[in-house]
Design a protein around this ligand. Sequence first.
Ligand SMILES: [Zn+2]
Length: 336
Amino acid sequence: MNHELSLLPVIVGLIGATGQAQPQPPPDAPDPRRWCTQIPRPANTALERVAESTDWFDIYRVEDGIYGFVEAKQFQEAISYLIVGTKSALMFDTGIGLMPIRPIVERLTSLPVEVVNSHSHYDHTGGNAEFDRILAVATPYTAENQAGFPHSDLAGEVAPEAFCSGPPAGADTAAFHTRRWRPTKTVADGDILDLGGRKLEVLQTPGHTPDALMLLDRERGLLFTGDSYYDGTIWLFVPETDFDAYDRSMARVAALAPGLKRLLPAHNTVSADPANLARALDAFRRVRKGEVKGLDLGDQKRFFRFSPFSILTSVPLLEGREGDRTKGGSGLSVWR
Ligand SMILES: [Zn+2]
């Protein structure tokens, strides 16, 4: 995860569960409700919104055979992609899992569909259990996250303030959790996923999580970046985040930018400028070196504003601490 208003949990965290004795967020902290005035985002509405869209999923045709499923009414603004070849189709992520996604996918393609995830945080694997064929990288972190995430971890994601206009009709917010899913095959760096008429190369790009991966369509100049890059606040604060790995991964993909036409990120917008990979890497390095002034948001989190992205990280990581990356994590966990 996440994005400009993905600071919502930070603010909610500041407010605390009791709803009293609230330390106020700093006056220039981002407004957690602002995203409601930002959706639908122009970068998305510039594209065709297909008729199969629903009240919950805004589905945009990004390119021929590529559909971005945007969950814009919940503050994460998670995006999953359906990529259709001539022989098979691939879902890159399955959303937060609040509403069924497979029936919508099946309206768009009758081809067999496999799932692969940008990483195993809950907001990208929520619909995995709906699918029979799932490719996954073989990391201990991924294996732990396959159990799904309980409601107690995710209650804040379906709290009233998590939505612009309330939860979608039919959603069971009181019981919301993500279900266990099981991979049917492993994937690794360099694997080619051949959908027929379209080849996608798997790039393992750890950093945001140990199991982060991107998909590269070299022929068409497309890079599906997951949560390693999107326009918005990039989350690099949890214990499973690895700064050295993120640096290496971003340097690797930034070098690909001259051959890229478009980034397809996992939050906010279905299209972003490949030149921003190098800008994000440079910003990240300046943050690490202490060259940029950040804003403390409490809970050890520190926010660094850039444009069109920002970086949300944490003091322990800035101080060089390393978390246990073999344990699972929802993306919401905090340092102890
Ligand atoms: Zn995410």
